[in-house]
Design a protein around this ligand. Structure first.
Ligand code: FE2
Length: 247
């Protein structure tokens, strides 16, 4: 099972909340109010793992391998939540337990492979966001925490990639759907990050950008289906600009 190797590799890479974070060294005066609000937002956003775990355990009920891995992933996501909650406590900004239940995300259930795909991209985005926060954090302990979190999310993305690759191996017909959802997710993330986001709704990629996305789709295709021959642009009909724009 993939879980057997992932358990060991993630165990080796894991940090220790009690041992590795020097909460006593926090320098609150270095943080602006906006930084504290951002840390709080990231801390609470980690609770999305609760709903995702419910979905995975239900959607992959018969896949004992993947459900076993979810136990490790869920543990680490809640550890991310806890380290930030502890950090906030040391700032005198405790998150009250009574405010947590309403924060549980209850998104519509997605088909199992779609949920895997979204998680794979979500972990990559989180890793990039935490790396950016680590690079700009004005306080040393917070920078250390976000560095650990970014590495953790990158490991999660790699683990989800292995399960996504196996899902495609078992059902090659699912690959175009995974690529379409991947494209939609990439464009959504880029639109959200674009200065034009929010003006006139979601922007459409221009032709030059479409080639950029096709290259990324080809990379994703090689990652998920190394033996696939569907790597040439003209063999990705679902990803041509016209079709992709309709997503
Ligand atoms: Fe993660």
């Amino acid at each position: 099972m993939l879980y057997d190797q992932l358990f060991v590799s993630m165990e080796r890479a894991r940090w220790n909340l009690s041992r590795d974070i020097d909460f006593e060294a926090i320098e609150p005066a270095k943080l602006t109010r906006q930084w504290i609000l951002d840390v709080r937002e990231v801390c609470l956003a980690q609770l999305a793992a609760l709903r995702a775990t419910e979905m995975f355990l239900g959607g992959f009920r018969a896949d004992i391998d993947f459900c076993s891995f979810v136990s490790v992933w869920f543990y680490e996501e809640m550890e991310h939540h806890l380290v930030l909650r502890r950090y906030l406590e040391h700032l005198g900004e405790a998150v009250e337990e009574t405010e947590l239940p309403r924060l549980r995300v209850s998104a519509d259930d997605a088909p199992a492979i779609d949920a895997l795909t979204l998680r794979f991209f979500g972990e990559q985005r989180l890793s990039q966001r935490y790396a950016a926060l680590a690079a700009t954090a004005p306080e040393r302990v917070l920078g250390r925490i976000f560095t650990l979190l970014a590495a953790g999310e990158a490991r999660h993305a790699a683990a989800y990639a292995t399960y996504l690759r196996r899902a495609v191996e078992r059902n090659p017909a699912a690959l175009p759907g995974v690529l379409r959802l991947g494209l939609w997710t990439m464009r959504g993330a880029d639109d959200a990050a674009s200065p034009a986001a929010g003006v006139g709704g979601a922007s459409r990629a221009q032709p030059r950008e479409d080639r950029h996305y096709i290259r990324r789709m080809q990379g994703l295709c090689r990652l998920l289906a190394p033996d696939s021959t569907m790597v040439a642009e003209d063999e990705l009909p679902a990803l041509r600009p016209a079709a992709a724009g309709a997503l």
